[in-house]
Write a protein that binds this ligand. Structure first.
Ligand code: SAH
Length: 450
């Protein structure tokens, strides 16, 4: 009786491990003994194993709620003496509706009591603030996010066309370490990894923006389901997602959880430059789709335009993909999957007839679909897009060989919102000098240096 009348107060004690992300949080009683977690767990025997808490923190030291997978949220709340169902309600409020502010205090489905206990402990901003929305002439919109702690990352909303669905392109890092020679983001170098919260924060901000435009807000009556305005998510913004694979996979848990953002695994694609060990981990432990930026058919050219190829050359990359995809995959959930191969056409660099033949051979050697991409130029780049005619020749040869092939048109390029155009190398916060330009091999020297 007494307990019911007296508001419970939680206190956080944070044991610093030197990495806010891995700090341990435990609830401590403030004025009187909080219900012993063990007593609560006795009713939830399956949670006993999951007792140690290891929760990510936001920049201001609160629990980073966005990107926290449901099982971890359940463990935390149960440890605080709450019912497990509170975690499910909170998760639904955060992700399934996702309209309006994301303010815990306004989540009507949660009891007022719980809301006021929870609000001071958690951060729901994801440590990203949407600062501007830049429209391009084709309807694509670039979203700029300020990161808590400095720096700006970008996401892109690519609206539906020809019956397709709206696609959201998200960033995984501020800058990138891969130094792909044709990519604008690479000129920034790697400045910071994004947290799972910062990636889920981009998705939620885009979802809220689109829902608000459709007239759905915090105050919209909560009857019936609300259609998700985002059809596909692609991790093709700034950064190399598999160079930040832990945080990306954590964000994916929330994105794919039917109780969370509830995306189907074939509507979420992670794109990589070819970090083979991380590909293996990702393919094994996540069900999201994989795209690999192939971009060349010989080690000579690929090692120049994508220096990651020096560490993981084509043979290693392709044999790993052959092993992991297709009917004999050791990973059961990949046996019916294909990998997407992306190929940006660069004039005189990777668009010869010999490239066409080698690309056909590669594509026929593994279960894949090929995406041909028009090169989007940016300041200072030595590359030029291949003529349209080359693109059509590639498509024709691949299609004639029975390969599923699509051409990805450039979208948003008048506002630097297209593939490979994201990021501001000149941004002074967290500035790093640009990485060195690689020396082109003799066979394509003239095409590059003119
Ligand atoms: N680092 C990841 C994801 C980011 S790049 C990767 O390499 O896959 C996303 C896609 O854009 C890749 O396929 C990449 O090859 C392509 N890309 C990069 N710069 C480009 C540019 N300037 N024009 C067109 N596509 C580009």
């Amino acid at each position: 009786m007494l307990r019911a009348l007296r508001p419970r107060v939680w206190r956080l004690s944070v044991r610093s491990t030197g990495n806010a992300h891995l700090s341990t949080i435990c609830a401590a009683p403030a004025r009187r003994a909080a219900p012993a977690p063990k007593a609560v767990l006795a009713h939830e025997p399956h949670l006993v194993d999951a007792a140690p808490q290891s929760l990510p923190l936001s920049a201001d030291g609160r629990v980073a709620l966005l990107g926290l997978p449901l099982p971890a949220l359940q463990r935390w709340l149960v440890n605080l003496g709450e019912r497990q169902s509170r975690a499910e309600q909170l998760f639904a409020e955060l992700y399934r509706r996702a309209a309006g502010s994301g303010d815990v205090l306004r989540m009507q489905a949660l009891s007022a009591d719980f809301r006021s206990r929870l609000a001071p402990l958690v951060d729901t901003s994801g440590d990203v603030t949407l600062t501007s929305v830049v429209p391009a002439s084709d309807g694509t919109r670039k979203l700029l996010f300020a990161l808590a702690g400095g720096g700006t990352v970008e996401a892109v909303i690519i609206p539906a066309r020809n019956g397709s669905r709206t696609t959201l392109c998200v960033s995984s890092q501020l800058g990138c370490a891969m130094n792909c020679q044709f990519c604008a983001t690479a000129r920034m170098g790697l400045r910071r990894n994004l947290t799972a919260a910062q990636m889920v924060g981009q998705v939620l901000a885009a979802k809220r923006l689109l829902l608000a435009e459709a007239g759905v807000t915090d105050d919209t009556p909560r009857t019936g389901s609300i259609t998700n305005p985002i059809g596909n998510i692609v991790w093709m913004g700034m950064g190399e997602p598999l160079h930040n694979v832990n945080e990306v996979m954590t964000a994916l848990e929330v994105v794919l959880d039917p109780a969370g953002l509830a995306f189907s695994h074939n509507r979420v694609t992670v794109s990589t430059s070819g970090l083979v060990p991380a590909i293996r981990r990702f393919v094994t432990h996540s069900t999201a789709s994989l795209a690999v930026s192939l971009n060349a058919t010989s080690d000579e050219v690929r090692s120049y335009i994508m220096p990651v190829n020096r560490k993981h050359p084509l043979d290693e990359l392709l044999s790993t993909l052959r092993e992991l995809f297709g009917p004999h995959s050791p990973v059961a959930h990949r046996r019916r999957d294909v990998v997407f191969l992306e190929y940006v056409l660069l004039a005189g660099v990777n668009d010869t007839d010999a490239d066409i033949q080698r690309l056909v051979d590669i594509a026929r050697s593994l279960p894949c679909k090929v995406n041909l991409i028009t090169f989007n130029p940016h300041d200072g780049t030595p590359f030029k897009p291949s003529p349209q005619e080359a693109l059509l020749r590639f498509r024709h040869a691949l299609a004639s060989a029975g390969v599923v092939v699509t051409i990805r048109e450039s979208r948003g390029d008048d506002q630097m919102a297209a593939c490979g155009q994201l990021g501001k190398p000149e941004e002074t916060e967290l500035y790093k000098p640009p990485p060195p330009r690689m020396k082109p091999p003799p066979s394509i020297r003239d095409a590059v240096l003119g």
